[in-house]
Design a protein around this ligand. Sequence first.
Ligand code: ADP
Length: 324
Amino acid sequence: MKKRVFSGIRATGRLHLGNYLGAVKGMLQLQNSHQYETIYCVVDVHTITTPYDKERLPQNKREIIVDYLAAGLDPDKSIIIYQSDVPEHTELAFYLSSQMSIARMQHLPTFKDKIKQHPQHSTMALLNYPILMAADILVYKAGLVPVGIDQEPHLEVARELARKMNQTYKTDFPEPVRFATKGEYVPSLKGEGKMSKSVEGSYINLTDPYETIEKKVRQIPTATAAGGKMTPGVETLFKYARLFIPDQLKSYQQAYDQGSLKFVELKDAVAQAIYADLKPFQAKRQQIANRPAYIDDVIRTGKLKAREIASATIKEVKEKMGLA
Ligand code: ADP
């Protein structure tokens, strides 16, 4: 049997460069290697763990499917689904939660960060986020997970849950590991923290036109002279250069060291390279958005295939836990 791969993105807004480089590029690489059975998800149930707009959620989650297809996810090669279409995810999450202490969940850095962002929304759903993510992966017995480095603490939880379930109930869950891409951590345009949908001014959307990308890259804070120790903003700019114009990196680095670098030149070179990377995606996105029946079909087919695998896991888990 082929090893399985699972990954998902929340439906909190349009995809950005961090999602693309940290997650989607890895998803594509594994899909196209033909060595794995790949399952890619819009994790819409995860979206409700922080405040969200219920009127906009249906459109938001569909847009991510369109993004996936435009980026090259192929329904002939991958199972593409909405998380809420496969209720086995939430069912398994509850069974897994019997193996996890409250304290362990409360101490996760990702939980603490989210509470800081949304102090009024310290909910059980948020506390359960990593357990639901573990269930997303384990319900398919997936061993490989293409996600950004920010997700590592959650994968540790998934491994722990797999181990505990296997010890307690003699299940055979794999301990899932992260598949890392070279863009596993794309920094925020603000020069501090990671690029994130939930931080305004931190991101470049995959659908941004060239002018917007240029404007955003020019706003990376570099109000300093070239040469000497780099400020966080300058470091960020060089990180983008490493990702998008690796061939030119050395000459820009030399110019920086000599104090002759004009930041705007480096910024525009980076902006142009980002746009060149996104242009084919944007063209394909338009075509796919014009095919609603095709999108519906992808979602319908994905659901059927995914439920077949997920329901077999649930059946097994229920038997082993003495529930069936
Ligand atoms: P966001 O933090 O923007 O809301 P999600 O939590 O939905 O994004 O993450 C979706 C995927 O994108 C995950 O695999 C995550 O690791 C990846 N990802 C998010 N931000 C970045 C980033 N700045 N750099 C690399 N990968 C990222």
